[in-house]
Design a protein around this ligand. Structure first.
Ligand code: 13P
Length: 255
């Protein structure tokens, strides 16, 4: 599979897993597992593993991301990490708007927008997560909800900056549940996201933007999900913590 117009990106979201020592071990296993990739490979690690990850991946095809970023540049925000701090470490990517941040840490569409803009201003590439809950899917509002999340997250983001924005469609009901969206469901929502990007920025930007799927993607179902025309990659949780599984997903995206 090759979607010539845009870059396929497979990104691991390690969530709150791995000490820095364990991260070093996993990265040693990941480097050979993804060495032959014909897609962009990213690992998003906890803040405490970022220095290790940046050091260990130098000279490899693995890019490093953080899982969150604060929107202020500096100041009295105890426990927070700024975009400049990430850039200074050599971090290239950051995730914003993950549903776990929305659910457990009171993230709103507005703060997701502020984090996204702050990260872009600092020069980071941003993986913006959107996705509906099970109740919202059952209420038939998936498309409206995802359109709204995408639009608000991108308020004030320029067309030029969109070259550093990736949207990850992550249905909340599929995260960590082993219950994957069908390839058709993933395709349908990824198309809706591309459509809203087209309305905001025009066709050229929409066609160039990477739209990922995330939610129980694994070595077994990756082929089918990534085979869909508008699914340009994956944001992988559990399976990104096992080098052979992550390697298999990267291989599926490289076809
Ligand atoms: P799982 O792959 O564990 O379902 O997690 C998906 C996810 O939330 C990635 O950000």
């Amino acid at each position: 599979m090759k979607k010539s117009a845009r870059k396929a990106i497979i990104a691991g979201n390690w969530k709150m897993n791995k000490t820095a020592t364990e991260a070093a071990q996993l990265i040693d296993e990941l480097i050979p597992a993804v060495a032959g990739a014909d897609c962009e490979v990213v690992i998003c690690t906890p803040f405490t593993s970022l220095v290790t990850a940046v050091e260990k991946t130098k000279g490899t095809n693995i890019h490093v991301g953080a899982e969150n970023v604060h929107f202020e540049k500096s100041g009295a925000f105890t426990g927070e990490i700024s975009a400049d701090m990430l850039v200074d470490l050599g971090v290239e990517y950051v995730i914003t708007g993950h549903s776990e941040r929305r659910q457990y840490f009171a993230e709103t569409d507005e703060t997701v927008n502020k984090r996204t803009k702050a990260a872009l201003e600092a020069g980071l590439k941003v993986i913006v997560c959107v996705g509906e809950s099970l109740a919202q899917r059952e209420q038939g509002v998936t498309e409206e909800l995802v359109r709204m999340q995408t639009k608000i997250a991108l308020q004030g983001v320029t067309a030029e900056e969109m070259s550093r924005v990736i949207i990850a469609y992550e249905p909340v009901w599929a995260i960590g549940t082993g219950r994957t969206a069908t390839a058709d469901q993933a395709q349908e929502v990824c198309v809706a996201i591309r459509k809203v990007i087209g309305e905001l920025y025009g066709e050229v930007v929409a066609e160039a933007t990477t739209v990922q799927y995330g939610g129980s993607m694994n070595a077994k179902n990756a082929d089918e999900l990534l085979g869909k025309l508008d699914v340009d990659g994956g944001l992988i949780g559990g399976a990104s913590l096992k080098a052979p599984d992550f390697g298999a997903i990267v291989a599926a995206a490289s076809k």
